[in-house]
Design a protein around this ligand. Structure first.
Ligand code: ADP
Ligand code: GLC
Length: 493
């Protein structure tokens, strides 16, 4: 293929191997789309304890049996194994270093609820090992595509430690920001542990007196992307959403692109979903079967005319659970049932557990991570609630549209880019949208949805409209390729 690009793609989580949120869905489905377009794309991620070598058939790679990585005064001997993303030909290298990665959790120790104290060392080792791995493979990427803070030190390393290395002379870097709220900010005392000498510290590395991995990447990457056009604008305007990095982002305004995430139709498709009864736009009977199955699973009394509102989410402040908690009684008085699947902050666990007891016929709460149930909630719910305070992109509203489950969302980030309010625009609306971040605006939107639901003809119009929208990766992956090509043409100049 002409213009075939060699792209090295790095991420701290990739579905189905390891996942805490939407990042893993994107880092699996975007590379698949790029491969299908004919590009040479390879992924590197950590080999966590949760990744089964047998299930995914991880194989040794002769050249990668020993990858020595020097960090400070320590030499860590790592290795890497390889496998393919299931049902694809995208090759993934798993960086294996048990002292850092063979743990039950990815970033946060579920036993203590706190970040692992050595996260700086863990992910700096990953970044350093990635560059060593590439050299051992004799595979020179044209673009290194980093994702989020865990891989954001690669551009810094290339600028500050590999600038003279001919191997990377024609390698460009792209940093995708999936969520600016997570930055990898550490006390400066980590510097010797991550192998950075005092004379190497300058404004590329620090902000507010701390080492900040994401900031370093934002300053040193050749180009930056984020996961929706609206979020790209918001983070250059809004003090809160820029999370302390407003000046840094503004300084790079010409290099920031907002590219909307796509969804993977081989995983999220009601016609072929292994976890549900199949259905499609012409035959929605299966959706009713799924609603029954969901009510049974949630131990809620089934009533066809009572709308089920689904939520599947990390239970953190970003996602607007405080608004839901604030008016939970009023929501239930609208005669709806709520099925919630999520894990996160203890305060939300406690609140919703109690609410499920108080409203045993109306609220069901699952405080676990359960892929199959996430699919059943998408398929069996009538509505899907995402009242996010901010949302870089959000995938569940797009999954919901595909499953004929009508989204109720706050107008922010990717939610604003994908959902149009039915009340304001009856000819175009595919969901219900509220603007102000407060519980009464949210309640009004839920009320509008419940009212529209009473008119089944109208409701099915909204459902069908959503089901027809194409949010597959085709367009978005092409937008990434355009950015890669821009980087290539810059090099030639
Ligand atoms: P974020 O990445 O901020 O968590 P997204 O909407 O982009 O939000 O993606 C969330 C992804 O994680 C979706 O695929 C969703 O189904 C999944 N998810 C979140 N929490 C759970 C859970 N408890 N069990 C199963 N899947 C979950
Ligand atoms: C982040 C964001 C979410 C986005 C996902 C994938 O976790 O919170 O909005 O959809 O990354 O890009």
């Amino acid at each position: 293929m002409k213009n075939r690009l060699r792209i090295l793609f790095l991420a701290s989580e990739v579905s189905p191997f390891a996942k805490t949120g939407g990042l893993a869905d994107v880092t699996s489905s975007l590379p698949k789309a790029l491969y299908d377009m004919g590009h040479d794309i390879r992924i590197i991620m950590p080999k966590y304890g949760v990744i089964s070598e047998r299930k995914y058939i991880l194989r040794e790679v002769i050249r990668l049996k020993k990858i020595p990585v020097r960090m400070g005064n320590k030499e860590h001997v790592t290795c890497a194994k390889s496998a393919f993303i299931p049902d694809s030909k995208v090759q993934v290298y798993f960086l294996d270093y048990p002292p850092y990665f063979a743990r039950p959790d990815l970033y946060v120790d579920s036993k203590t609820g706190a970040d692992y104290p050595d996260n700086a060392e863990r992910f700096m080792l990953l970044c350093r090992a990635v560059l060593a791995t590439t050299k051992l493979l004799h595979w020179q990427p044209q673009v290194i595509h980093c994702n989020d803070w865990q891989t954001a030190m690669i551009p810094w390393l290339l600028k500050h430690e590999y600038a003279q290395d001919p191997f990377f002379a024609s390698t460009s870097t792209l940093l995708s920001v999936h969520n600016l709220a997570y930055q990898g900010s550490f006390d400066k005392s980590v510097l010797p542990k991550i192998g950075i000498r005092p004379e190497q510290t300058n404004e590329d590395l620090e902000i507010y007196g701390r080492v900040n991995f994401l900031k370093s990447g934002l300053v040193t990457a050749d180009v930056i992307t984020t996961v929706s056009p609206t979020y790209a604008e918001e983070i250059q305007m809004d003090m809160e959403l820029s999370a302390g990095l407003l000046d840094i982002l503004r300084a790079r305004k010409n290099d920031i692109y907002g590219i909307l995430n796509g969804i993977d139709h081989s995983v999220w498709n009601p016609e072929k979903d292994e976890f549900i009864s199949a259905y499609n736009i012409d035959d929605m009977n299966g959706k009713l079967e799924n609603k029954k199955a969901l009510a049974a699973k949630a131990r809620l009394p089934f009533d066809e005319t009572t709308p089920i509102i689904g939520m599947v989410s990390r239970m953190v402040d970003q996602k607007g659970f405080d608004l839901v908690a604030d008016v939970i009684d009023k929501i239930i008085s609208l005669k709806v049932q709520l099925v919630l699947l999520g894990t996160g902050d203890e305060k939300y666990h406690k609140f919703f557990k109690k609410a499920a007891k108080t409203y045993a016929d109306n609220i069901a709460v699952f405080l676990t991570f359960d892929e199959a149930l996430a699919h059943l909630i998408e398929a069996g719910s009538d509505m899907f609630l995402m009242p996010s305070r901010f949302e870089p992109c959000g995938l569940n509203q797009m999954y919901s549209l595909r499953y004929g489950t009508v989204p109720i969302v706050r107008k922010t980030g990717g939610l604003a880019d994908t959902i149009t309010d039915f009340v304001q625009e009856p000819d175009k609306g595919n969901g219900f949208v509220f603007e102000e971040y407060n519980s009464s605006s949210m309640l009004t939107a839920i009320h509008h949805a419940v009212t529209a639901y009473q008119d089944q003809k109208n409701w099915s119009k909204i459902q069908r409209r959503g089901m027809k929208i194409d949010f597959s990766w085709t367009q978005s992956a092409e937008n990434y390729v355009k950015v890669y090509q821009k980087l290539e043409s810059k090099k030639r100049k």
